[in-house]
Structures are given as structure tokens and as C-alpha cells.
Design a protein around this ligand. Structure first.
Ligand code: FAD
Length: 375
């Protein structure tokens, strides 16, 4: 059987909405996803989906109604406080950026794609091509696939498609989030719900932050934003299983000058998951088009998480699918060239904004953050 025209590597928000858009346009494709099956644990926090980017892509994919069934408009509320818990600013719910859990978004997209178009348990190990030839994909499960007219790397931060296009690799930002989920059975739940309510509370001070965000199931995710060496929470020098040791470290070395309510969060944390933050730089964008390959979403432009990542990823998918539909599968290289020429400037602007956002999130001054978001 001939290969489908387009191979999408990665079934995250970018790869799946691209698949759905191609499906709507009657263009043949296949998605290769590393996760073993549809129920694999794809955890992660709530995402705000913006009107003119993420929501537009969902509308064009015919999925806006399905999105609305899960969108949480009340969780758009945002409060900013200092490290003493004093609220400095509250942003109401009149915005157009409703929240959705990552898992719900994935479910909506998966329901909109024929099951046989997704190859689960296919972790790409390498993508190679010799001059002018089509790309050969080798997967960890032993499968080798080739013959595609276009390979789209939507495989996130550590893309295995990216080396075909650029030598750029993500760099550690010096910043890590430690995440802890507070569910209703936890003794601190009521107090947290009383303090944060709907939406998110961002507290900033002494070069650190704590973000507490309500999720779709009403639990709260707390993120402790730290500036630490890359290896501290990565290579076992501070084993996250040793929750007590991590708590002690946070209390003695990081949040010593924060108020007791924040220290209680740390004292009563039952586990920590580390998210060391890596980024590509704006200089990494602008590669010369490569025949038969392109990148989209985090694979193309991994940035500090400032609320834009998933929206940029879905916009990439929308733009790429539109160009492919316009030029047809006989002229995919033209479609890719136009897509990339549009994507570079659009994305560079957001990467630069996210860098500024990262600086103020880890500052001594919560008012700098307010200034940054125009409050
Ligand atoms: C702590 C944290 C908080 C964030 N908060 C927000 C937020 O509030 N708002 C926001 O907009 N963005 C946020 N982001 C960023 C956002 O998660 C990403 O920008 C977005 O998920 C990018 O989508 P993507 O599809 O390009 O990549 P991903 O979501 O990373 O998806 C990539 C997919 O590819 C698969 N894959 C990876 N490698 C392979 C391989 N070798 N072979 C096959 N498949 C592979 C993965 O399993 C995954 O399904 C946050 C990120 C972090 C780390």
C-alpha cells in the first residue's frame, strides 16, 4: 500500500489538530505518537485557549462546540499577590481566554480523527534523508516507514525530526517548576479553595513564584517556580521521591522569607513533579526550507510557558493545513515555504515576549509582572 502523503510525528495539540484539519480537507495523512495508547497518562495543567489563535483553529476544525462543552470561562480569573499573600490585582472574567484541561483537549481532537489514522506506540528514534530522497522514519518499536511527500515534526521539545532542518537544541533556562496537585481529600484543600477560588493565583517575590491554578475537576495545581541548576531536580541529587528532603530544601533555601500560608503549602505537599524549563531562542528560527520536512509547535519554537505555547502550536497547524489545501499535495514544498515564512516572524515576537515574562515572573517585584501584562 502506498504511504499516505503526509506523516505527522507527535499527537500533541499541534499534531492532532493538524490531523483533524487535513481530515476536513480530505488530505491523506498518518500520525505517529510515542504514547502507547489513547489512555496513556498525558497529564499536565490547564491551558487557556485564546480567541484569535487557539479558538480560531478549533473553529476551523469544526470543533468549537465540542470545545465549549469543556471550556471553563469562570477559571479565566487571575489574581496577583506578593510573597506575603497580599493581593495586588485581580483580573476578572470578562476576557475571552477560557481554560481547558490538557486531557480534555486531547480527547476532543482524538474523537475527531479516524482511529486507524493514529499509530500509537510509535516513538520516533531517527529521521534521515539523503539528498533529494524522501525521509526515512525509524521507530523504537522496529518499524521503518518512508515514502511520504511531507514529514511534519510536531513532536515537541525534544523533536527527533528537528535535526533534519536545524542543529538548534533547547537550552535550560535556569528555571524549574515543581508541581504538586492538591485534591479535595487533602487537609489544605478548603483553605486553598478559599484563597484562590476560580482561576489562578500568581504570587511573586524574592526571585521566585508560586502559581496555584484550579483544574477542571476542581483540584488545584501548585507550581513552585525556582531558579536552580539544571541537575538539582533532574539527576537524582535531590530525589523527588524524598519528599521530606525537598520540602526542607524549599523551606530553608528558597521560601524562607515567604509568609506562613505558602510555607504550609510546602510543609504539606505530598509529592513533587519537576518541570525543568528549556527553550529555543528566537535566533534558532529562520532556517532555509528543507525538501519534504517541516516543524510545528514546540518542535519549531519551544518557549518559556507564558500562556501562548498551545495557541501558537494550534495556529501553526491551521496555517500549514490552509497552505497545503491551497496548493494541493502536488506542491507541498510551496505550501511549506509559505507556512514557514509566515511562522517565523509571528513566533519570534511571542518568544521575545515570553522571555520578558520569564524575567518578571522570577523577579523581586510582582508589580513588574503587572506592568508586563498591561494591568
Ligand atoms: C509546566 C508547563 C506549563 C505550561 N503551561 C502552558 C499554558 O498555561 N498555556 C500554554 O499555552 N502553554 C503552556 N505550556 C506549553 C504547552 O504545553 C506547549 O506549548 C504545547 O503543549 C505544545 O504543543 P505541541 O503539540 O507542539 O507539543 P507537545 O504538547 O509536547 O506534544 C508533542 C507530542 O509528541 C509526542 N512525541 C514526543 N516525542 C516523540 C517521538 N520521538 N515520537 C513520537 N511522538 C513523540 C508526545 O508524546 C506528545 O504527544 C506549558 C508547558 C509547561 C512545561
Amino acid at each position: 500500500m502506498p504511504a499516505p502523503s503526509i506523516a505527522i510525528i507527535g499527537g500533541g495539540p499541534c499534531g492532532l489538530i493538524l490531523a483533524r484539519l487535513l481530515e476536513c480537507k480530505g488530505i491523506d495523512y498518518v500520525v505517529y505518537e510515542r504514547d502507547g495508547n489513547v489512555n496513556s497518562n498525558r497529564d499536565g495543567g490547564s491551558l487557556d485557549i485564546h480567541l484569535e489563535t487557539g479558538q480560531l483553529a478549533l473553529r476551523q476544525a469544526g470543533l468549537f462546540d465540542a470545545f465549549q462543552n469543556h471550556a471553563r470561562y469562570d477559571d479565566m480569573a487571575l489574581a496577583i499577590s506578593d510573597q506575603h499573600g497580599k493581593k495586588l490585582f485581580e483580573l476578572g472574567q470578562g476576557r475571552e481566554n477560557p481554560e481547558i484541561d490538557r486531557r480534555e483537549l486531547r480527547g476532543i481532537l482524538l474523537d475527531a480523527i479516524p482511529k486507524d489514522k493514529i499509530k500509537w506506540g510509535h516513538a520516533l528514534s531517527s529521521a534521515t534523508s539523503s539528498k533529494g530522497d524522501r525521509v526515512v522514519l525509524r521507530f523504537a518499536n522496529g518499524v521503518v516507514a518512508s515514502g511520504f511527500k511531507l514529514v511534519v515534526g510536531a513532536d515537541g521539545a525534544w523533536s527527533k525530526v528537528r535535526p533534519l532542518i536545524t542543529q538548534a537544541t533547547p537550552k535550560y533556562t535556569g528555571k524549574t517548576y515543581l508541581e504538586w496537585v492538591i485534591d479535595y481529600s487533602h487537609p489544605l484543600y478548603e483553605k486553598t479553595a478559599g484563597k484562590v477560588g476560580a482561576g489562578s493565583l500568581i504570587s511573586i517575590g524574592s526571585g521566585k513564584n508560586i502559581i496555584i491554578q484550579r483544574q477542571g475537576n476542581q483540584s488545584y495545581r501548585a507550581y513552585f517556580g525556582l531558579q536552580v541548576p539544571e541537575i538539582l531536580f533532574r539527576n537524582g541529587t535531590n530525589d523527588l521521591q524524598e519528599v521530606e528532603a525537598t520540602r526542607r530544601l524549599l523551606l530553608s533555601d528558597f521560601y524562607v522569607d515567604w509568609s506562613e500560608e505558602y510555607k504550609d503549602l510546602i510543609r504539606q505537599a505530598t509529592n513533587f513533579r519537576a518541570w525543568p524549563l528549556y527553550t529555543l531562542s528566537a535566533d534558532d528560527l529562520g532556517w532555509k526550507p528543507v525538501h519534504g520536512v517541516t516543524l510545528a509547535g514546540d518542535a519549531a519554537h519551544l518557549a518559556y510557558p507564558g500562556g501562548e505555547g498551545v495557541n501558537l502550536a494550534m495556529t501553526d497547524a491551521l496555517e500549514l493545513a490552509s497552505r497545503i489545501a491551497e496548493h494541493g499535495i502536488e506542491d507541498l514544498n510551496r505550501a511549506v515555504q509559505e507556512y514557514e515564512a509566515d511562522m517565523f516572524p509571528r513566533t519570534i515576537e511571542k518568544i521575545l515576549e515570553s522571555t520578558v515574562m520569564a524575567d518578571v515572573m522570577y523577579s523581586n517585584d510582582p508589580k513588574a509582572f503587572l506592568h508586563c501584562i498591561g494591568a
